[in-house]
Design a protein around this ligand. Structure first.
Ligand SMILES: O=C(O)c1[nH]c(=O)[nH]c(=O)c1Cl
Length: 305
């Protein structure tokens, strides 16, 4: 049975990796994933300089998922870049910045480095006070990508927020199809949800409790975004599916919708890196039952009525 995934010239043993932000803040955490059954990892989204992030409590989980307003805490691009440059194998480096000028600064730094993995440009952080999610501004996104591809020579994909209107999938896909983007990672957390505890109180401190929702809560939206972009993007832009993955069945559904790599966030936070082996075994069981020997045999084969 072959679980290999190819994105451009990069080949991965299987489709599983972490979602940015979970278990990927320090080198120790990244090493734990690298030494697990995951086929790759993505770093915590990093910025030019280190960031403390938002006030705590800024993360909460329950049986249906999680809510977070971390506020982009990270150890800065140099920390992650130096570590990544020391590794063999193919890994993802997630980056963003507070404005487009600084996004170019951080990408130029990567351009000049010997990093040889894939950059995941995060256009969808919902938790920076006063900062809208870039990818909800189509004009800005289009201009940003046009400017990036004037100089950026390495392999880059984008991390998108969920969209909820078919017209928005059309607009966004038309923009993305213009550029040599290697992948689209859909979705980031669903922005600005609230969870209330038994004391009539929100569960996280920043932004009056408004934070990004993850876990089982968001799987139907994640699957729809994966499939909407799979239907619209040209075939050399691969889809990475993120959102609501707790079991092998969830991975199977993301791939059925068109996903290549599949990222695990909330469930990894709960179960730690042994989750990759469990979910991989569950996926293999499903493929055996259905007599599939490779992911290509069922990727994108979602049936409609
Ligand atoms: O608050 C965060 O750090 C955060 N939290 C998210 O749920 N998605 C993101 O992209 C980021 Cl950058």
């Amino acid at each position: 049975m072959n679980l290999k995934v190819k994105i451009k010239d990069f080949e991965f043993e299987n489709p599983l990796m972490n979602a940015a932000g979970v278990n990927c803040y320090t080198i120790d955490e990244l090493e734990e994933i690298r030494n697990s059954k995951a086929a790759s990892f993505v770093t915590k989204t990093c910025t030019l300089n280190t960031r403390q992030g938002n006030l705590e409590p800024r993360y909460y989980e329950n049986e249906l998922g999680s809510i977070n307003s971390m506020g982009l805490p990270n150890l800065g691009i140099d920390y992650y870049l130096n570590y990544l440059e020391s590794l063999d194998g193919t890994y993802f480096l997630s980056v963003t910045e507070m404005n487009t000028e600084n996004i170019h600064k951080i990408l130029e730094k990567i351009n000049e480095s010997s990093f040889n993995g894939l950059v995941e440009l995060n256009l969808s952080c919902p938790n920076i006070e006063g900062k809208p999610q870039i990818a909800y501004d189509f004009k800005t996104t289009d201009k940003l990508l046009a400017d990036i591809f004037k100089y950026f020579k390495k392999d880059l994909g984008v991390k998108l927020p969920p969209y909820f209107d078919l017209a928005h999938f059309d607009i966004m896909a038309n923009i993305l199809n213009k550029y040599p983007i290697r992948f689209v990672n859909s979705i980031n957390s669903i922005g600005n949800a609230i969870i209330i505890d038994e004391n009539d109180t929100v569960v996280i401190k920043p932004k009056n409790g408004f934070g990004g929702l993850g876990g089982e809560y968001i799987k139907p939206t994640a699957l729809a975004n994966v499939n909407a972009f799979y239907r619209r993007l040209n075939k050399d832009i691969k889809i990475i599916g993120t959102g609501g993955v707790n079991t092998g069945r969830d991975v199977y559904e993301h791939i059925l919708c068109g996903a290549y790599m599949v990222q695990i966030g909330t469930r990894l936070q709960k179960e730690k890196s042994k989750v990759f082996e469990r979910i991989l075994n569950e996926l293999k069981e499903i493929m055996k039952e259905k007599n599939y020997n490779s992911l290509d045999e069922f990727r994108g084969k979602l049936k409609t009525l």
